[in-house]
Ligand binder design. Structure first.
Ligand code: C5P
Length: 229
């Protein structure tokens, strides 16, 4: 299991300071839409200069297939290690993205699919997709696996089921982690490290429990000890 730290702080400087504090640790950094729109490619470059962190650029690409493939090609040129697209863009979009990346890059980034956004409740989700969230997650996972994507962004509580319906090596990246039972903030369902491990999560995404901690490096070290030990 890998630790992925969400860089969701309000300014570039604060994000870079956290990254500097975490220098040398074996972890991934997640750069989201806000930071990328604000700070752009230079921010990715700055992070890479600090340490050889792996970078997950979380832009949740969703458009017509050709536009998605164009966008993913540009993102892959940034040299990031993992990207994501919306599964609901469909089979053709997934195929075009994967074909384009495989054709243009000898070492392409990992590509994950976003399934049901966790901000949906069942009723609002059903109004759009005519399925329960659970059914949709499994359908999206099977589609993503069959189209050659590397894994899914999902809840810890969906991770095992996704692997059982696809392949044990199909990756799951799970936000909503409170490593040692910290407060939930605005997350609805959270899991600690033990639950994440039991559910075979490959990447745990953690933001506030790390950057709001008085000693972000120490808590990361504790998490790494825990998941590696
Ligand atoms: O601070 P916290 O650990 O709750 O941050 C979780 C990170 O994971 C945030 O960047 C959030 O946007 C992201 N995320 C999430 N739930 C999802 C997808 C992404 O919390 N379903």
């Amino acid at each position: 299991m890998k630790l992925c730290v969400a860089l969701d702080l309000a300014t570039k400087e604060e994000c870079l300071n956290i990254a500097k504090d975490l220098k040398g640790l074996d972890l991934w950094l997640k750069v989201g839409l806000r930071a990328y729109l604000r700070d752009g490619f230079k921010f990715i470059e700055d992070l890479k200069k600090i340490s050889d962190f792996k970078i997950f650029l979380d832009l949740k690409i969703h458009d017509i297939p050709n536009t998605m493939a164009d966008a993913c090609e540009e993102i892959a040129k940034l040299g990031v290690d993992m990207i994501n697209i919306h599964a609901s863009a469909g089979n053709i979009a997934m195929q075009e993205v994967m074909n384009r990346l495989d054709k243009k890059f000898s070492k392409r980034p990992l590509v994950l699919a976003v399934s049901a956004l966790t901000s949906f409740d069942e009723e609002n989700f059903f109004n759009i997709y005519k399925q329960t969230i659970n059914e949709a997650v499994i359908n999206f996972a099977k589609m993503s696996y069959e189209n050659g994507l590397d894994g899914m962004v999902c809840s810890v509580f969906e991770s095992k089921n996704i692997k059982e319906n696809t392949h044990q090596n199909f990756l799951t990246l799970t936000p909503g982690i409170r490593p040692f039972g910290e407060g939930k903030d605005d997350q609805k369902r959270v899991a600690d490290l033990i639950i994440a491990q039991e559910n075979k999560s490959d990447f745990i995404v953690i933001g506030r429990p790390i950057y709001k901690n008085q000693n972000p490096r120490l808590i990361c070290e504790k998490i790494l000890e825990n998941i590696n030990g």
